[in-house]
Structures are given as structure tokens and as C-alpha cells.
Design a protein around this ligand. Sequence first.
Ligand SMILES: [Zn+2]
Length: 235
Amino acid sequence: MIYYLSNFFIGACVASHANLVFNRLQIDNYQLILSRSYCFACKKQLRFWDTLPIISYLYLRGKCHYCQTKISAEHLLIELIGGFSFVLLDFSKINSYFLAILLFFLLIISLFDYFEQEFPIYLLFCPLLALIGKRLLFPLKLDSLSLLNFLPMIIAFGLMIKKEKLGEGDLLIYLLLVGFFSAQSANLIMLLACILCLVVFPITKKKSHQALPFVPYIYAATILFNNYQLFQIIN
Ligand SMILES: [Zn+2]
């Protein structure tokens, strides 16, 4: 139980940092990513215990300690999702570190995709390095089955991109997932993402002309896929 809770807390911390990176890339310049946390409203530096994920939000009752500006509940939600995404990671295995890097960057990309309908392509650089690291240690087996799984998806992506229903970024993330897991697993994640999208998008839909932010669904599906798969191994 303590193992799951500490993993949850690590995940929440990582998600909190991902959210911070996203906010700072949006508002500030790049040098400020490593500077200390401050309130975006009053610019006061936050105390250490004001930056603890989930806990700080709850004891500050969702307000800044100094200026009482309301902190969006989205912060809490992102930290909870991040915590959930890490619950079943096994940090005694190197594979989990590669996965943690992928999840961290997928979360930042999801935030960009959700709020701005696009994301800076350089955010794929670190997950790509993690993928290369993983595949140097655990080479991917390429068989004909994975090619059969892979090609129809590439054609489907091509058509969707041509119709401007999806962006090239979605395709790059799909390819990243193929590398990380396998073509079959990546397809399953995409299927899950589509189902989640069909359920959630009609409820949260903004203006109809806006492009569909699909990465958050891919991120959620990756978490579900991953937790389910690890759950199977544990049992
Ligand atoms: Zn403040």
C-alpha cells in the first residue's frame, strides 16, 4: 500500500512539474523553467509547502497563500491523473524510467494540445532519446504481424491528416508509441483513445471549427493500457 502511495505521490510531483513547465513555456521564457515556483498572479515566490502536489491545493483551499487568487482546479486534476499514471511503475526496473520520461512529456504535450491545439515539436526530443535508450537495452522484435498492424494505421493517419482531422503531431506520437510498446499495443492505445474521445468529446466540445485535441486522449489511453498491462503481470 505504501509502495502504491509513494508511487502516486511521485507521479503527482512529476505531473505538477509538467504543468509548471507547460505554464512557463506559455508565459515566460525558457530560462525560467528551473527557477523557483511563484504565484502567476502576485509573482511572490512560493514556500516549499505551498508547492506540494495535491496536499498544498487542499490545505490552501485552492487559493494563493499571499494574494488569495483562486488556483484552477485543473492543477489538482492534472496532479491526480499524474499520480494515477505512476501508481504501478516499478522503479527497481530501468524500463520504468524510460516510461516515466514518456509519460512526463506526453502530459506536457497533452496540455499544449488541449489549450492551444498544437505543441512545440522539440517536446518529442526527450521521449525519443528515452525510446532509443530503451531499444538499445531491449531491442524491438520486428515480425510480419507488426507490419500488418502498422501499415493500415499509417494509411488511416494519412487520410485523417489530409482531411485535417488530426495533426502530424498525432502521427509522430503514434510512431513513438509503436517504438515504445509494439505496433499492436500502439493500435490498442489508439482504439482506447478513440473510445475515450467518443465518450468525452461531445460533453466538453468547444467551438466546432476547432481542431480536435487528440493527444490528451492518447495520454489517458496510454495510462490505462499501461496500468492494465502491469496489473496483469503482477497477478
Ligand atoms: Zn498570489
